[in-house]
Design a protein around this ligand. Structure first.
Ligand SMILES: Nc1nc2c(ncn2[C@@H]2O[C@H](COP(=O)(O)OP(=O)(O)OP(=O)(O)O)[C@@H](O)[C@H]2O)c(=O)[nH]1
Ligand SMILES: [Mg+2]
Length: 446
């Protein structure tokens, strides 16, 4: 048969060799319960001993006119990027500690003085800058914001595909280069192999246009992502429906709480926020500003207060005031810091004392720019906090958006939302087809 693939020991053996050589996806970390670390010493059953702080109640003031602008106080102005993470994801390190200069250095309890080493320059990706935004977010529509946001990932893939398949027959070398490009975009080795095989199937030694390749790529990516694309369902029989936000430093937890609150408020739900990141005064302020902006009361305490006790009291308060949804913010923590992960376990335990079915959703917020490191984040946060779903942020800041494909393939966890910018409208429910088309650089959605 003319279109069947001839014997290609080269390609197949390369595939198998690649399988054998595939790097272990997740680096080993000390597990929770491992080495003890310095931790804050909150009361064991926090709730009863704490004096309740009055919640900050603010009027609803959703600011739709400025939806694409995030003032510094919302954006976690003192945040450091996660440049401490190895871009290859094989050697995660402590992100840079935050230093708030006005009030002196803010140290987390697990940080030694040595952690305050001079900041290293962020690894730079040599990539085209995202297209300048001219229209306000709402006017551009989600598809446009998605494709613009994901341009770094899609243009890097698109360039490879166009370079490889323009007037060239599909042979071993082309397929191998394509597979490499897919692995580099962080889709993961299994997905890269499957996509390459799908493209090769029935077309070996024939010409195939870049457009055809992109269509097959989009189809395969969509198939992989489809089971993960699940909306976050708010069970109205739970009142409040408790959502716990977890993740590493700077992933976008607090911002995502703000964006989600806005959505819930627009759906007419009564929302309450709990400022469970008690490590930093600025984090508490950041959540209060979001609360004011979207019209949700924020239960906050002084810096250093016990986060588990605060979560418990927030739940009690949310029940008393008839809130539909309670969103609990938590401090960013590296997944390999056993002490901090144990503190997260404690928050979950204490919340369950009030309502054994809570938290009803535990959302792990993942920053797409960390690439493969996201895999160990899912593994270890799942272990400590029982993650029920993922939110991926900052797809606009990276060429590594393919990591979502690798995660969907490996964990089969729901991906509820994706973020492609700092604006309050730049977070939307995740849909497999749109994402697949955007990543493949296809023009329109249908
Ligand atoms: N470009 C871009 N920036 C984002 C996105 N989501 C969040 N950010 C920004 O990322 C920074 C960190 O966001 P935060 O929400 O403060 O992160 P966090 O996880 O709460 O951080 P910690 O509290 O330190 O753990 C802020 O400047 C946000 O505006 C996104 O989807 N795209
Ligand atoms: Mg935060």
């Amino acid at each position: 048969m003319a279109d069947t693939k001839p014997d290609k020991p080269g390609f197949l053996s390369r595939l198998f060799r690649r399988k054998a050589e595939a790097p272990a996806p997740a680096p080993e970390f000390p597990q929770a319960g491992g080495e003890p670390e310095a931790m804050p010493s909150p009361p064991a059953t926090a709730a009863d001993d704490l004096t309740a702080a009055p919640p900050t109640v603010t009027d609803a003031s959703p600011d739709t006119a400025e939806e694409n602008k995030v003032p510094p106080e919302l954006a976690g102005a003192d945040l450091q990027p996660v440049e401490g993470l190895d871009p290859e994801g094989t050697n995660p390190q402590e992100p840079l500690p935050r230093i708030v200069t006005e009030t002196g250095p803010e140290l987390r309890p697990d940080m030694a003085a040595a952690d305050l080493a001079a900041p290293e320059p962020a690894p730079t990706e040599v990539l085209p800058s995202p297209a300048p935004r001219t229209k306000p977010a709402a006017a551009r529509g989600w598809w446009q914001r998605l494709t613009e946001g994901m341009r770094r990932t899609s243009s890097s893939l698109s360039e490879s595909v166009t370079g490889l398949f323009t007037k060239r027959k599909l042979d071993d070398a082309t397929l191998e280069e394509l597979e490499d490009a897919l692995v580099q975009a962080d889709l993961g080795v299994p997905a890269a192999m499957r996509i390459t095989e799908a493209i090769a199937s029935g077309r070996y030694n024939k010409e195939i246009s870049p457009q055809e390749v992109k269509a097959i790529l989009a189809g395969e990516v969509e198939k992989t992502l489809q089971p993960a694309a699940q909306a976050l369902a708010i069970d109205r029989s739970k009142k409040p429906f408790v959502i716990l936000m977890v993740g590493v430093n700077g992933a976008g937890k607090t911002t995502t709480i703000g964006k989600l609150s806005q959505k819930f408020r627009q759906q007419g739900l009564k929302v309450m926020l709990a400022a469970g990141d008690t490590f930093r005064a600025a984090a508490i302020e950041q959540l209060k500003v979001w609360g004011e902006r979207v019209g949700a009361p924020v239960l906050a305490r002084e810096q250093g207060a016990d986060a588990a006790g605060l979560a418990y009291d927030a739940l009690q308060e949310a029940k008393a005031n008839g809130s539909d949804v309670l969103l609990i913010d938590t401090a960013g923590r590296l997944q390999n810091k056993a002490g901090l992960m144990a503190e997260l376990e404690k928050i979950v335990r204490v919340v369950k004392k009030f309502d054994p079915t809570a938290p009803h959703a535990t959302l792990l917020v993942l920053d797409a720019t960390v690439g493969q490191n996201a895999i160990s984040q899912v593994e270890l946060f799942q272990k400590a906090a029982g993650v029920t779903g993922l939110v991926m942020t900052k797809l606009d800041g990276t060429a590594r958006g393919g990591i979502l494909v690798a995660l969907a393939e490996k964990f089969r966890l729901p991906v509820h939302f994706i973020g492609v910018g700092e604006g309050v409208e730049d977070l939307e429910p995740f849909t497999a087809r749109d994402f697949a088309k955007a990543i493949a650089g296809l023009e329109a959605t249908s």
